[in-house]
Design a protein around this ligand. Structure first.
Ligand code: ATP
Length: 355
């Protein structure tokens, strides 16, 4: 097994597109590392460069102690799983799994042993004699994962492997992948544009934007303190409310009079925006203590919670997460109150976290 070091990775395609812009990643041995970002941010290009399927323009990639820049994919000792399963349609599951091992020329007994182990781990026993057309999408994906497993690579690279599955199956497979990675302890780099997937899977997450890394941190770190306005808007559903604030009497105050606890130190003479999670706000009776005036625009009832949209301080989109039992009438005057600790604060001009 091995960690992966990506240093100043830069990829410019022949047409001039810069897909990856000096990216540094230090992925630990045994880590489940997620690359997250919107379409076109450079996730796939980075992953393909690690796999050796794409040659970087400049920069270094190390897997374990080996500088792999000049090694072809087959010599990097990694296994890649894509969004499309690409099983051999004419082969039974058993032979789909055995194929890469036979290609390596492993002895028959060892092939059998490894196939049995991967089948056990991915619970494929009853499916070993079926061909792909008799497998469901989720089963095919499990076979594809098992086929990556049998090779016992130093690292797994996964590019949106669950995209084609329905929501329920995706959640199941997510659990399975996480469990499997934990059991095997094999380094995994997992690419997704789905923040829920990233949060639930990753030991750490790298958030990419326009070919650059905006933040690397644990799910908790990127949720609590997004490093930039981009990350703040990207993580969380619904995302943070980004509310312009001023510093007055040692407190943060929004235009509409919402008072927030201040972080320990704040830069002076800057336009500032506070990142306020919907669950750090509550809707109160109008005029309640420490509340600022607002008006309900609408409310979305989701079964286990309600997301209320409140008109406050000249904007009509402040989102508040409330228990499902609370009822809202559109247009009703309400109070808006902050309940959490000091929010992260961003400089409007640099778009970066400043406190
Ligand atoms: P998605 O989630 O949509 O797959 P991504 O984050 O994986 O996106 P990449 O596929 O790495 O992004 O693409 C990054 C940028 O590079 C995009 O602007 C894309 O259009 C561009 N790009 C990708 N492949 C090529 C290519 N072969 N030639 C030119 N530009 C490319």
């Amino acid at each position: 097994m091995a960690g992966i070091e990506v240093t100043a990775l830069h990829k410019r395609y022949p047409d001039g597109t810069v897909a990856v812009d000096h990216v540094d990643l230090s992925i630990g041995d045994g880590e489940l590392f997620v690359m997250l970002g919107p379409s076109g941010c450079g996730k796939t290009t980075t992953l393909r460069a690690i796999a050796g399927l794409e040659r970087q323009t400049t920069g270094d990639i190390r897997i374990g102690d080996t500088l792999v820049n000049d090694l072809p994919p087959a010599e990097r000792d990694i296994a890649m799983v894509f969004q499309f399963y690409a099983l051999y349609p004419h082969l039974r599951t058993r032979d789909n799994l055995a194929f890469p091992l036979r290609a390596e020329g492993l002895p028959k007994a060892e092939v059998r042993e490894r196939v049995d182990e991967a089948a056990r781990l991915m619970r494929l026993g009853p499916l070993l004699d079926r061909r792909p057309h008799r497998l469901s999408g989720g089963e095919q994906q499990r076979v594809a994962l098992a086929r990556a497993l049998v090779r016992r690579p130093r690292a797994f690279l996964m590019d949106e492997p669950l995209t084609n599955l329905d929501a329920e199956l995706r959640a199941d497979m997510r659990t399975e992948i996480k469990h499997l990675q934990g059991e095997l302890g094999t380094t995994m780099v997992y690419v997704t544009h789905d923040q829920v997937e990233a949060m639930s899977l990753g030991h750490r997450i790298a958030i990419l934007n326009k070919g650059r890394v905006e933040q690397i941190g644990t799910p908790l770190e990127v949720y609590d303190r997004p490093a930039s306005l981009f990350c703040a808007a990207f993580i969380g559903s619904p995302p943070m409310n980004l509310i312009e604030v001023e510093v007055a009497d040692g407190k943060l105050r929004s235009q509409g009079g919402l008072v927030l606890p201040p972080p320990p130190s704040l830069p002076r003479d800057r336009r500032l925006v506070a990142g306020v999670r919907p669950e750090a706000l509550e809707v109160t009776e109008p005029g309640a203590e420490r509340s600022a005036p607002g008006r309900v625009v609408s409310a979305e009832w989701l079964g286990d919670e309600v997301i209320a949209v409140v008109d406050h301080g000249g904007r009509r989109d402040v989102r508040v997460r409330m228990p499902p039992t609370v009822r809202f009438a559109a247009g009703a005057p309400v109070g808006l109150r902050h309940t959490g600790g000091p929010p992260p604060v961003y400089d409007v001009s640099t778009e970066e976290l400043v406190a």
